[in-house]
Design a protein around this ligand. Sequence first.
Ligand code: DGL
Length: 284
Amino acid sequence: MNRAPIGVYDSGFGGLTVLRELRRALPDAEFVYLGDAGRAPYGGRDAEVILGLAEQCVERLFSEGCRVVVVACHTVSSVALRHLQARYAGPQRERAVLGVTIPAAELAVEHASTRGGRIALVATARTVASGTFTTECHKLAPVEVIERAAPLLAPLVEEGWEDTDIAHLAVRRYVAGLDASVVVLGCTHFPLLRGAFEAALDCPVLDPAPFVAGRLVDWLARHPEFSVSEGPPRFLSTGDPDAFAAHGSRFLGAPVAGVQHVAETAGRLEPAARVVPRGQVVRA
Ligand code: DGL
């Protein structure tokens, strides 16, 4: 089969921290990143709503020519991955949707069993409500897992406030009393708050993204039918493409250029010019 780019999907900017690691692991690979920044945050939304948003985003990435999509978002991976895999894999397994929850659980369990301890996941409210991370850890080992929701943190990072007193205070409040031997950053925005987490905790703080990248490399080696094209990354955003380019580099650690705006039209995400309505909007 033809070579194809790898799709990477997140609710907004956060998945660029995962893309950074994927590019490090696969420097020649072509990636198409879709950030649903215009409809983020996902973390407090109903699972059914997330399923609908995720379908549109994954379909857009398939329309861009991707055959493998990495769901970088922990919230989507926790509630919608099985649904996306069942819906899009195709009869001949010509497409694949991969997530981050199982690699995060594998990484955490590996650390917990060497340190003989208790795992804590800090994540969005929806990720925690799903309990999926704990389920995946328990499939691997009878470890103790605590999940804690930190709903204010992703919006603070989206706002560019990760180095402020407010962000440090919020992290301290969320991890207060957390008795764990390892803490997993269970949201793609949190690597930008790693310093705040490390300052507030006495245990190792793990970002699953490099491990996710290693798992993707292994998976591609086991699935040569999904051969990957080469080329510079492409970026799609449902939010303001200029803002995505301006802020995205903080997450990616590299320039984010040529962002294509995509917008919902009749239940699908299609390329569109960014139009900001002013005043009242009346539907025809
Ligand atoms: N990207 C999401 C995650 O990794 C968090 C941000 C949001 O709430 O949209 O869980």
